[in-house]
Ligand binder design. Structure first.
Ligand code: GDP
Length: 619
């Protein structure tokens, strides 16, 4: 991926991006590379030494290394092949005429990994250890600084052409699910894999379970890091057994979740963990188009007294360039400077790359989306438009949220295919009963997905999960914590409490049934025979009828039969008995019927009456 995301192009960039692009489509000699870059072969050799490669003038330089040297020298390296297969020559990309003309199509990208787990189980320690890992130092030359995320390299144990294959991994540098949740609640997927840290001396704890809920709600694959195995009281097996009770079955127990034993403190097993994460990423086949405008998410932002607003962006697709005009939520800006997680100035950042940017018009919020656009004008325009939308949304409540009342509409628009629910109940028994009944309501159109079930009052954490996952919170015989109620109001989350199990089911079922396209059925109410006709002063004809069967009603649908033919269908507009207007007439009575727009009644016609009834559709 380094081929598409230069790590350190240097500060000099005299010709701008146009002149600084370099295509590397296959391995080339030190001399050739030097010529291409317009530098001395010795300089190429020196740069290569920084990567631990000793090479003479005729030695072949791999695409990966060539790209790195080029990037060090301020070039943007382009290759048609991803880093993984970089040592075999690519087909050759067409010459890129401008900075945004790139070989098209998605290319592999590193996974973005979030570390979650209970407090004090070792998340921060693990992140520190990973950040300082030897592989990372060799690969990137230096320690990361905190910008909200960092990249490291995993040694998968694979070799290609006699050299180790290192795989890039991007870690969110804020442990715990709070930051991750905030991002998700703003619509960012933010991560691809969750590492669940569980201390082997402590076992599965409340926040471990919460983390599992979050990972599952986000549909993230989980890798378990059983931590603190250096402690005498460590009991990794108990951790794994406990996890099965929360639906996590590790490979050793016949499941498909990886569990790696580590000591975040001593570093034991951490390389194995990284290698496993690289493998999980392979399975996910993550790819993104490094071409085209950048889209990303803000991880962190602050106001620096000297630099102004400083924000970290995780680029998710496309490429972000220094100098790009961008919109971030309601803010806009032109990227004045961009640096990577090592504090190195860079000109371009591709997918899964975290970068710090300067030049925004204000301080964005974590989770805000960033997009690069064509011009400053467009950026300003879009930002203004969003500010207006935002005002509207605030006035009209949280438009994007789901609640029972709006569920029907949302599903009809195709916005909701899954009804995410969080269920809290007073006792385990009722919890299970509610869960069972609600799960059964899933249909082909809408799936009921239960993200969390737990005994106890509705708490703030439930609201946060609901907010991140666009879920409805259901409380059964439990209260809502005042703090949770406040957060729910702020976040626009619907919390419904019930006392009777059927009420819960009815509420969910009714809102879901509302989702089904309504079906109407014709129900015959009765028929009358025309025995005479009268002309009114306004020329309308009244059919003097005798109700032969059932009931005829004002407003109902009518069909006029003459023998086997239907000569008219419409509505019964007026119904009279003697001189009175009436609502309905039953069998055996005489009445006058007027149907607007039909005056052709003939004695002997049969007026059939029917009503449309909405059919109760089963889920
Ligand atoms: P967090 O709250 O999950 O971020 O946990 P920390 O990383 O702050 O760790 C909590 C405590 O556990 C600290 O005192 C760490 O030094 C300690 N700790 C973390 N990992 C290990 C480990 O592998 N072994 C031992 N013995 N202690 C650890």
């Amino acid at each position: 991926m380094s081929l598409l995301t230069p790590t350190a192009p240097g500060s000099s960039n005299p010709g701008g991006d146009e002149e600084k692009l370099i295509e590397i489509n296959g391995p080339l000699t030190v001399s050739d590379l030097a010529t291409k870059l317009g530098i001395r072969p010795q300089d190429v050799q020196r740069e290569l030494m920084n990567f631990g490669v000793l090479a003479n003038l005729t030695a072949q330089v791999s695409v990966d290394h060539a790209a790195k040297v080029a990037e060090k020298r301020g070039f943007i390296a382009i290759t048609a092949t991803p880093a993984k297969a970089a040592t075999t020559a690519g087909k050759g990309a067409p010459a890129a005429p401008g900075k945004k003309a790139r070989p098209t199509g998605p290319t592999p990208r590193p996974p973005v990994i979030v570390i979650m787990g209970h407090v004090d189980h070792g998340k921060t320690t693990l992140l520190d250890t990973i950040r300082r890992s030897k592989v990372a130092e060799a690969e990137f030359g230096g320690i990361t600084q905190h910008i909200g995320a960092f990249q490291t390299a995993a040694d998968t144990g694979e070799e290609r052409d006699g050299k180790k294959v290192l795989r890039r991994l991007t870690f969110l540098d804020t442990p715990g699910h709070a930051a991750f949740t905030r991002m998700r609640s703003r619509g960012s997927s933010a991560a691809d894999i969750a590492v669940l840290v569980v201390a082997a001396n402590d076992g599965v704890m409340p926040q471990t379970v919460e983390a599992i809920d979050h990972a599952k709600a986000a549909k993230l694959p989980i890798v378990i890091a059983v931590n603190k195995i250096d402690l005498a009281e460590a009991d990794p097996n108990r951790v794994l057994t406990d996890l099965t009770q929360h639906g996590i079955v590790v490979e050793d127990f016949g499941g498909d979740v990886a569990a790696i034993q580590i000591s975040a403190k001593s570093g034991l097993g951490v390389d194995d963990l990284l290698a496993r994460l690289a493998l999980e990423a392979d399975i996910l086949e993550l790819s993104a188009d490094a071409n085209g405008p950048a889209e990303g998410v803000i991880l962190e932002a602050r106001l620096d007294t000297g630099k102004g607003p400083v924000a970290t962006v995780m680029v998710e697709s496309g490429s972000l360039f220094a100098g790009d005009s961008v919109v971030v939520g309601k803010l806009y800006g032109k990227i004045k400077a961009m640096s990577d997680d090592r504090g190195q100035k860079i000109n371009r950042a591709g997918p899964a790359t975290p970068v710090e940017i300067l030049g925004l018009s204000g301080v964005p919020s974590a989770g805000d989306r960033l997009e690069s656009v064509e011009s400053d004008k467009e950026a300003r325009h879009l930002a203004a438009e969003r500010a207006a939308d935002d005002r509207e949304m605030r006035l009209g409540g949280h438009a994007g949220r789901i609640d029972f009342a709006s569920l029907f509409e949302k599903i009809q628009r195709g916005d909701v295919k899954e009804l995410n629910l969080i269920i809290k109940a007073d006792v385990q028994g009722s919890l299970e009963a509610v869960q069972d009944s609600l799960e059964k309501l899933s249909t082909a159109e809408v799936r009921v997905r239960i993200l969390r079930t737990a005994v106890g009052a509705v708490g703030e954490n439930d609201i946060l999960l609901a907010s991140a996952s666009n879920a409805i919170v259901i409380g059964f015989n439990v209260k809502v914590d005042p703090a949770a109620a406040r957060v729910a109001r702020d976040e626009g989350i619907e919390v419904e409490t019930f006392k009777i199990i059927y009420e819960v089911i009815d509420a969910v079922e009714n809102s879901m049934r509302g989702l089904l396209t309504p079906i109407y059925r014709e129900v015959k109410t009765g028929h009358a025979e025309v025995r005479a006709t009268f002309k009114l002063p306004n020329n309308n004809i009244v059919a003097g009828c005798y109700v032969q069967e059932g009931i005829v009603r004002r407003g109902c649908g009518v069909r006029v039969h003459r023998g086997k033919e239907v000569v008219f269908s419409g509505n019964l507009d007026s119904l009279r008995h003697v001189k009175e207007n009436v609502k309905e007439m039953a069998t055996g009575y005489e009445c006058g019927i007027i149907t607007d727009g039909y005056n052709g009644y003939v004695v002997g016609d049969i007026i059939e009456c029917f009503e449309m009834e909405r059919v109760h559709r089963e889920l």
